[in-house]
Write a protein that binds this ligand. Structure first.
Ligand code: NAD
Ligand code: IPM
Ligand code: MN
Length: 351
């Protein structure tokens, strides 16, 4: 048996609602597998900010750092100025814990409604850079609120940062049957960063001769995601492009309620963090309407990261079975979580 310490940051809006269901499913998997998750819940997010002004105190960050993995719900609330929690809590965790691989798999499960008329087989993974790009906060504004205001948000791209994520993406592509890597950028306009990315893919690619390499400008990539998503296997891209592409990827594979992600530190120098791709959804918060499937699948990615692929597969199989049985009747967040937990508990795992 293995015991893991798990930091839980449920966060805001629907975050706690979907995280409860993910933990419920994780507990059922653990029971049947001799795994133990010692959970510590962290009260971070809008409530704490209003009460204390804190987003992520250093002492709390250091405590979280001591865990084996992190499960996060969502952060952000309309009562808090936009960016305070997103930058001060979520991005701070990603940056401080060096989550340079933001892993976002997209798979169209059988029976899932998709807006695409002829979706074909969709099974790709976006390797989104997680610690650089326009997210670093390298910007500023002067003459704010005047007609002469000037605002910058400068994208940071380092050879070190690009190479490590590109190498990780190549390794993932090599381990998949189709062995195809698509770099998505905008090197026809963003020539400084874009050429660094292109040169890096070319150089690292020499070490992976069995991986086919492809390049798309990000605007064209959105066309193909909507018209021919089957062409994608592994996509590697920068932090902001990856953010946008993965909401679109979610939309074509059954919606944002199904999209899971991992903020991974492949070097294991700090705990990785698993969370749904979606946000705190203030428009449906507190109504038990949120689909917890993305959070549950994120717990599956967490298990896989900890080396428990068979247990992760039990979650995927239960979710697939639940999805196949969905008949369009609305179910509450709890009902969906309960149904998936039930399937994990009763279905014989496929070896
Ligand atoms: P959002 O993902 O929260 O919501 C977009 C739309 O998707 C909404 O209509 C929402 O109801 C719906 N939706 C989201 N998750 C759903 C689920 N599980 N089931 C059913 N419907 C779901 O994005 P937004 O509205 O742009 O952002 C809301 C807040 O969340 C903002 O504060 C934003 O900064 C934050 N945010 C946080 C994260 C995160 O914590 N990782 C991610 C995205 C946005
Ligand atoms: C996501 C979110 C975050 C991002 C925000 C809330 C900082 O949109 O996880 O996709 O842009 O990475
Ligand atoms: Mn996003």
């Amino acid at each position: 048996t293995s015991t893991y310490s798990l930091a839980v940051v449920a966060g805001d809006g629907i975050g706690p609602e979907v995280t409860d269901q993910a933990l419920k499913v994780l507990d059922v998997v653990a029971q049947g597998s001799g795994l133990t998750f010692d959970r510590t819940a962290y009260d971070l997010g809008a409530r704490r900010w209003h009460a204390t002004g804190e987003t992520l105190p250093d002492t709390v960050l250091e405590e979280i750092r001591g865990h084996d993995a992190i499960l996060l719900g969502a952060v952000g609330d309309p009562s808090v100025p936009s960016g305070v929690l997103e930058r001060g809590l979520l991005l701070r965790l990603r940056f401080e814990l060096d989550h340079y691989v933001n892993l976002r798999p997209s798979k169209l499960f059988p029976g899932v409604p998709t807006p695409l008329a002829d979706p074909g087989e969709i099974d790709f993974v976006v390797v989104r850079e997680g610690t650089e790009g326009p997210y670093v906060g390298n910007g500023g504004a002067i003459r704010v609120g005047t007609p002469h205001e000037v605002a910058t948000e400068v994208s940071l791209n380092t050879a070190f940062g690009v190479e490590r994520v590109v190498r990780d993406a190549f390794a993932r592509a090599q381990a998949r049957p189709r062995r195809k890597l698509t770099l998505v950028h905008k090197n026809n306009v963003l020539v400084h960063a874009g050429h660094l990315w292109s040169r890096t893919v070319e150089a690292v690619g020499a070490e992976f001769p069995d991986v086919t390499v492809d390049y798309l400008h990000v605007d064209a990539a959105t066309i193909f995601l909507a018209t021919d998503p089957g062409r994608f296997d592994v996509i590697v891209t920068d932090n902001l492009f990856g953010d946008i592409l993965t909401d679109l990827a979610a939309a074509i594979t059954g919606g944002i309620g199904l999209a899971a992600s991992g903020n991974v530190n492949p070097d294991r120098t700090s705990p990785s963090m698993f969370e749904p791709v979606h946000g705190s959804a203030p428009d449906i918060a507190g109504q038990s309407k949120a689909d917890p499937t993305a959070a549950i699948l994120s717990a599956g990615l967490l298990l896989e990261h900890l080396g428990h692929a068979a247990e992760a597969q039990r979650i995927t199989a239960a979710v697939e079975a639940d999805i196949a049985a969905r008949d369009g009747q609305p179910r509450s967040t709890q009902e969906v979580g309960e149904a998936i937990a039930e399937r994990v508990a009763t279905e014989v795992p496929v070896a």
